[in-house]
Ligand binder design. Structure first.
Ligand code: ZN
Length: 456
């Protein structure tokens, strides 16, 4: 889980835990990857602020009531009020996956930039710099996924070219490409254009593509040379099985991930049937350094912990932000000044405190420092308890008078969404995806790792 409660503020980003409900007033979601939506389910009953595309995907995936999903325009600044607490928030495209964004929070005395997952390449600086012209950033919450000098994966364009070349070298083979739930769409579209062929996807994927309005290069229920399938289904074992039949069409797999080949190289298993191409929607190390230099914050907090680094290895270095000391803003006079847009209108007001019990789930989800063994024990217990008691996944809101009040309030304020437009151009969203570090996915990746004979 990569979410946080911002220091000293009742604001949660990418974090939806029951134990936080008594304290957190506002919930924000940067994008739809699984490690950023932990705790969400159809039972969620609090407003979530996100971009328009994320709002649609959120409804589609979790079936959360539209009453609680608040879409904010990208490249604009909004003023949100909740009782005695208010915050100004700018929504900045993160160049990570469709709908992904950064949030720049501005209170009376603080400027906080929360990057979520992002890639700082040629697409991002222009839209970002406009928002950095204000007071200095006090705290930067940084996507440090590949925050190690060894992480030198290429640009996405270069990685797509690598994939295209593999496909051309296997012109008689069926190609299976592992993708995540959302995030690899642009990669697939560009690959489709380079190879002048469409991508076959499962029928269930078409609905998501329709939501994102990018169906042109995709088809379903049809035999094709280029196929996209969920990343966790693309393993050495599966590729072996697909090629087992003497009369089967030769099949190779391509996994877009920078977790193994962090350099400009491609890794593959011994018989050349499964390739790892260093495609990533996260910054490489140099891009992270360039980004921190540009933002020049007073403090940095890593979003990702040092555990579970690349290819299942621990990486405490990536969470050690002292490496950026030389880029920090050390001028004591730069402490933030109040900034409240004069013409800002409240988005809406919520006055809800839901009764909630702290569950074992929360304890497990929120405890980064526990050993993996203890985590597994809790997970087992959680699974047993859930089966036994038929509990719902995610945060459960108990019916209470406060809930009724919340629903009523939101109905009243639902049409009252206001925004402060800050002149800037729209930028296009780029698709990308990130490795989802669920336990199952880690297992799959480890399994593949063990089957690779060579890592370059
Ligand atoms: Zn992500």
């Amino acid at each position: 889980m990569n979410g946080h409660i911002l220091e000293d503020l009742p604001i949660a980003v990418d974090r939806f835990l029951q134990k936080d409900l008594h304290w957190v007033k506002l919930h924000f979601l940067t994008h739809m990857h699984t490690d950023h939506t932990c705790g969400l389910s159809s039972s969620w009953k609090r407003p979530i602020y996100c971009t328009h595309i994320t709002s649609k995907l959120l409804k589609h995936k979790f079936n959360i009531s539209p009453t609680f999903i608040k879409a904010l325009e990208e490249n604009e600044t909004h003023f949100i009020e909740n009782g005695h607490f208010s915050v100004t928030v700018s929504v900045i495209p993160a160049n990570h996956c469709m709908g992904s964004c950064m949030f720049l929070f501005q209170t009376d005395n603080k400027q906080i930039l929360y990057t979520g997952d992002f890639r700082f390449d040629e697409e991002l600086p222009q839209s970002l710099e406009i928002f950095l012209k204000g007071p200095p950033i006090d705290t930067l919450y940084l996507d440090n996924t590949y925050c190690e000098p060894v992480c030198s994966h290429p640009s996405r364009e270069e990685a797509i070219e690598m994939m295209a070349n593999i496909c051309k070298e296997h012109s008689e083979s069926r190609i299976m490409i592992g993708v995540s739930w959302v995030g690899h769409e642009e990669m697939l579209i560009k690959l489709s254009e380079k190879l002048n062929d469409f991508i076959s996807v499962d029928e269930s994927v078409i609905k998501r593509l329709e939501i994102m309005e990018i169906t042109d290069h995709f088809q379903s229920n049809i035999s094709a040379r280029l196929n996209a399938l969920p990343n966790h289904l693309l393993t050495c074992e599966y590729v072996k099985a697909w090629n087992k039949d003497l009369y089967a069409i030769p099949t190779i797999g391509i996994k877009p991930t920078a977790m193994y080949g962090s350099e400009m190289r491609i890794a593959h298993n011994s018989n050349g049937s499964l390739y790892m191409v260093p495609y990533s929607n996260h910054c490489n190390y140099q891009e992270i350094c360039d980004f921190v230099k540009l933002v020049c914050p007073v403090n940095i907090r890593p979003i990702v912990s040092g555990r579970h680094g690349r290819a299942g290895m621990e990486s405490f270095f990536r969470a050690d932000m002292r490496q950026f000391s030389r880029y920090l803003n050390r001028d004591s006079s730069v402490l933030s000044k109040p900034k409240t847009p004069a013409d800002a209108a409240p988005v809406f007001e919520v006055d809800n405190i839901c009764s909630a019990d702290i569950s074992d789930d929360d304890y497990y989800l929120n405890n980064d420092k526990r050993s993996k063994m203890a985590q597994n024990r809790r997970k087992q217990l959680k699974r047993i308890n859930r089966n036994k008691m038929n509990l719902k996944r995610g945060v459960v809101f108990h019916e209470s008078p406060e809930d009724g009040g919340l629903l009523k309030n939101q109905k009243n304020f639902n049409d009252n969404i206001g925004k402060v437009t800050v002149c800037r151009d729209k930028t296009s969203d780029n698709c990308e995806l990130r490795f989802i570090s669920t336990e199952r996915q880690r297992e799959v990746e480890n399994e593949i790792l063990h089957n690779i004979d060579k890592l370059f």
